[in-house]
Write a new protein. Structure first.
Length: 318
């Protein structure tokens, strides 16, 4: 269980530092100098100046209205596609895991599902399957949240997030909530062109009515395949690199003899070459160094420059 850290121990101190009046109205948890390692699937990373765990979208809206305009703002879901450097992150990090958890069919159409950004992809997949809706089974293999899936057009096993999106709910730096159609966005393989200072709060997904048992069985088979081929029991971020056109990153890395290759406590998985695991002693710098060495070796031997899928943020300790 994660230890408790300080929550607004001195409201006056925050307000004197530029925070707006009204912090006492917040229902979430505001933490200072909070280590981010426990919020990421790699289990590495330095502290954030501030971390906010909102209680709801309305609570987050109020928080953003009170947030000093000069503080940098970052977001984390399950932290499964993110490497936070050892120097940590300046400003505020919003944690959506455990919040934004509403998941329901829309009244206008039972095949339209609204999923908030903090819902895990696996939970979303099972929820829709139990409603006999088909299309989101692939989400069971994505170790992240709906918010992260929307942000990067996450996909696997032949499915991609944005092929099912009809519209999204967003929240901006001023705490304003908006509803945007999918046509407002340009998306491609592992890429979504987003609006500046605007983040995904929820997505609306159009699915197909099908067979509940078939959908659940497909999820079972996908998870069985995933567990057999990926190091699911060890700290990792999922796939580290995008697949280059007409090839697979894992194949290229394996052909270079890099399975088991390590830097410090970070190691290329023996089970799947596009996964880097933390053996329990890794630092973020070990992982980042390993990523760059893999790219260099693959480019030298295979003539392909791999593009990282993982987002690297924060300060490097020098």
């Amino acid at each position: 269980m994660k230890k408790e850290t300080q929550k607004l121990v001195d409201l006056a101190h925050f307000q004197e530092s530029g925070w707006g009046a009204g912090l006492e109205l917040l229902r979430g948890r505001l933490l200072s100098h909070e280590s981010l390692a426990s919020y990421t699937s790699w289990r590495v990373g330095g502290p954030a100046d501030f971390v906010y765990l909102p209680a709801s979208l309305d609570d987050l809206s109020l928080f953003l209205q009170l947030l000093p305009s000069d503080l940098p703002l970052s977001w984390l879901g399950l932290g499964s596609n993110t490497l936070i450097r050892d120097g940590g992150i300046e400003g505020v990090v919003i944690i959506t895991q455990g919040a934004f958890s509403q998941l329901s069919p829309l009244e206008s159409d039972a095949t339209l599902i609204r999923a908030e950004a903090g819902v895990s992809c696996a939970q979303f997949a099972r929820f829709t399957a139990r409603l006999a809706l088909e299309g989101m089974e692939f989400m069971a293999g994505i170790p992240g949240t709906v918010g992260g899936a929307l942000a990067m057009n996450a996909g696997c096993y032949g499915g991609e997030t944005w092929q099912f999106v009809t519209q999204v709910e967003t929240i901006n730096r001023d705490g304003e909530l908006k509803l945007r159609p999918a046509s407002d966005y340009e998306f491609a393989y592992r890429h979504v062109k987003k609006f500046n200072d605007e983040w995904f709060a929820a997505g609306h997904f159009k699915l197909t009515l099908g067979d509940k048992n078939q959908a659940l069985e497909k999820i079972r088979q996908l998870l069985e395949k995933r567990n057999a081929s990926q190091p699911t029991g060890l700290p990792n971020c999922g796939s580290v690199f995008r697949n280059p056109p007409g090839n697979y990153a894992a194949r290229l890395i394996e052909q270079c003899g890099l399975k088991g290759f390590r830097k410090g406590g970070a190691q290329v998985s023996e089970k799947h070459a596009n996964f880097i695991i933390n053996d329990g002693n890794a630092k973020a710098v070990d992982i980042e160094t390993l990523v760059e060495e893999i790219r260099s070796i693959v480019e030298d031997k295979q003539g392909v420059r791999l593009i990282p899928e993982v987002c690297m943020i924060g300060k490097t300790i020098r």
